[in-house]
Ligand binder design. Structure first.
Ligand code: HEM
Length: 675
């Protein structure tokens, strides 16, 4: 099949590309098979088969012969052809699949990237893929000019299996690989007759047969390999943790970086009166979590106790698999940067209104000031109401619920104290308030907000988003003010502690705001280069969510350690932020790490927004909101840390924030605020 796409020459799709297209379930965003290893074996099989179709190798059941070492001009195929050509011994396909499968991630990644470049697939944050809906993927050779790439491959395979068409070798190979992976029954409705036909097709081609047989042999392998090679997970003595110098400052990521250095990427801690806790920390385990975690780890278990506090079941952070992706896609526009860009004038208005009463000499508690300032913006922008009078209660209640039901650092009854019961009522007040302004008459002409999206999703599918989930979902939108507010506290602290950077941010701010309020296009990367790199460094040094919790639903091996089914895993994804092999000199605040010449963040070692399927959905929104707040603050005020010799300590539970003692003092007002 040939494809004509924008800016790309017309070319035939390769077997690895066709295989991945067939394996993708576009509705769920997942691939039609379970462990990653299987996908790797099949992907290598597809590469070998493609090499034989282009006459570079020849393979039968016993041997594989190199016919021609000339490069094909395909970055997926050529490195493998080179490796085969350079091997002095003649091997068979089974050998090569076993040897190459552990490294086949790059084959899968490159193939997916190419399908995205060709606009055949769309990539979504959290590493989900769906079939592109754009015209760029139409297949000019498909006859009707309308069919998409995946429809074309599927229709070829359908004709071969169900309409007895004589298959070309390419189709035989694809059917053989899909059959070996045992996924044909998920793609098509098979009956006895079609299954018999599949068996016949699979026998038609020697290349296809030998590759499918080699893949099948390898699929059976990992189970055996796993039990032989696993290492015992080392236990970290409690005193090691208590004596760690970063415990005193509350710098949890730095503690885990040290532990990983000494004990390796997987270790366990046995706290008194609790089950042992298994931790993952390091670039390799981050990579594994990002790429593979979805097949082995589940979010539901750790979250269910907490969501029950709000009467909810199956909200976004606790869903897994296809339902999770469906809800994520439905809610993505509500959390997008575009949604905030559409309301920039309102964002400026709320930020100014909040700062309007500040005078030189005022001193504020950092966390309270920043959380309330961010809430004064997020609340009207995302749920259409002001919540300054109840946000303290909402935040205190949520933090206590997290500490009792997720972090489990306090007993559960601590959520039922009279003070907490009173605060819980703020959730009802919030709901009543939101509902009163989200009638169709009240919303007429208003820009769409997050509450509109949630409520209409509930109305259109009350089974998927039941009313019982709205209390959690709507208040969670505001609780994002806690994370973003605390991130803002850290950025103000960092700005005040680095006067030279403060000056450069101020210049960018003045250039943007001196001529009036900027529109969204004014926030081009070049216009806020320093601010952007500064914010990235703040999120590295001061990550708000240092860890994620998951439960193991399928036994797996990570870096040679077996994670047993049912165990709870603490993924310390930001430990890498303090590892010198990922970020040299990690305790130095250095915004040049993100210059193109260094790009230290270009790996899963930079993970302030989490890893894998539940990656922060609001990351693009929050980056813009944070940048606007930092720039406006720098435009109007000079802020100092108080007391001047304050040494930053973290308060790490349930999420990272500066200690309560941090204060900000307004030392200069640079210009009047037009409210
Ligand atoms: C600096 C502030 C923030 C940080 C550091 C942060 C970080 C994170 C992290 C690490 C996760 C993944 C948690 C996990 O894997 O268990 C997450 C999830 C999420 N975040 Fe954020 N977040 C921030 C602010 C926000 C804001 C302002 C919004 C909304 C506008 C938001 C919306 C979400 C949503 C909806 C999820 C759940 C995604 C899912 O489960 O699929 N976040 N965030």
């Amino acid at each position: 099949m040939t494809l004509s796409t924008d800016g790309m020459a017309t070319r035939q799709l390769s077997l690895p590309e066709e295989l991945l297209l067939m394996l993708l379930n576009g509705d769920s965003g997942y691939f039609h098979q379970v462990p990653g290893w299987d996908l790797n074996c099949a992907a290598v099989g597809a590469v070998l088969a493609e090499l034989s179709l282009v006459s570079r190798i020849d393979t039968d059941m016993e041997s594989m012969i190199l016919l021609d070492r000339t490069e094909v001009g395909d970055p997926v195929l050529d490195p493998i052809l080179k490796e085969i050509a350079e091997d002095p011994v003649q091997r068979n396909a089974r050998y090569w699949i076993e040897r190459l499968a552990p490294r086949a991630d790059s084959i899968v990644d490159m193939t997916l990237d190419r399908l995205v470049d060709m606009k055949i697939l769309e990539h979504h944050e959290g590493d989900f893929w769906t079939f592109s809906q754009t015209a760029g993927q139409t297949d000019p050779t498909a006859g009707n000019g309308e069919s998409t790439a995946v429809e074309f491959v599927t229709s070829r395979i359908t004709k071969v299996i169900f309409q007895n068409e004589i298959p070309i070798p390419r189709d035989v190979i694809i059917v053989g690989l899909l059959n070996t992976c045992d996924v044909l029954r998920f793609i098509f409705q098979l009956d006895d007759e079609s299954e018999a036909r599949i068996e016949v097709i699979c026998q038609l081609e020697l290349i296809g047969r030998s590759i499918a047989e080699a893949v099948a042999h390898n699929l059976a392998g990992p189970l055996l390999r796993r039990s032989h090679l696993t290492k015992k997970i080392p236990a970290v003595p409690l005193r090691k943790i208590l004596l760690n110098p970063h415990i005193r400052t509350g710098n949890i990521p730095a503690v885990f970086a040290d532990l990983a250095q000494e004990y390796g990427p997987v270790f366990k801690i046995r706290p008194p009166f609790r089950k042992p806790m298994i931790f993952l920390a390091g670039p390799e385990t981050n990579h594994w979590t990002q790429k593979r975690g979805r097949m082995y780890l589940r979010a539901k278990d750790y979250f269910s106790d907490f969501e029950k506090v709000y009467g909810a079941n199956g909200v976004l952070p606790s869903l897994d698999g296809a339902d999770h992706f469906r809800l994520r896609r439905s809610m993505a526009p509500a959390y997008s940067r575009g949604r905030l860009e559409g309301q920039l004038d309102q964002l400026y208005h709320h930020a100014r209104k909040y700062m309007a009463n500040w005078t030189v000499g005022d001193t504020f508690s950092a966390t309270s000031l920043c959380r309330r300032m961010i809430n004064a913006q997020i609340s009207p922008l995302s749920v259409g109401v002001d919540t300054q009078d109840i946000i303290d209660d909402l935040m205190t209640y949520k933090e206590r619920a997290l500490t009792t039901h997720i972090v489990k650092a306090l007993p559960k009854f601590m959520l039922s104290t009279p003070g907490m019961k009173r605060r819980a009522k703020a959730v009802d007040t919030l709901l009543a308030r939101i509902q009163s302004v989200h009638t169709s008459a009240q919303r007429a002409g208003a820009p769409r907000d997050l509450a509109d999206d949630l409520l209409s999703l509930h109305a259109s599918d009350p089974q998927f988003v039941p009313e019982s989930n709205l209390r959690f979902a709507l208040s969670a939108a505001l609780i994002a003010s806690v994370y973003l507010g605390d991130a803002f506290s850290f950025t103000v602290y960092a700005m005040a502690s680095h006067p030279e950077i403060y000056g450069r941010i101020r210049s960018e701010a003045d250039a943007l705001f001196d001529g009036g309020d900027p529109d969204s296009e004014a926030f081009a990367p070049s216009a806020i280069d320093v601010t952007h790199r500064f914010l990235m460094e703040c999120l590295r040094v001061y990550p708000i969510v240092p860890m994620s919790i998951r439960n193991v639903m399928n036994t797996c091996v990570v870096e040679d350690y077996e994670l047993p089914v049912g165990s709870q895993i603490f993924i310390a994804q930001t430990a890498t932020h303090y590892m010198s092999d990922v970020f040299p000199d990690p305790f130095t605040f250095d915004i040049d790490r993100y210059l193109p010449s260094r790009n230290e963040h270009h790996s899963p070692g930079y993970a302030p927004y989490g890893l894998g399927t539940h990656t922060c959905l609001g990351s693009r929104w929050l980056e813009l909101q944070l940048a606007v707040n930092v720039l406006m603050l720098a435009h109007y005020f000079t802020i100092e840390v108080a007391p001047a010799d304050f040494k930053l300590r973290f308060n790490p539970l349930p999420s990272m924030k500066p200690s309560k003692k941090l204060q900000f003092r307004v030392s200069e007002q640079r210009r009047e605020i037009r409210a």
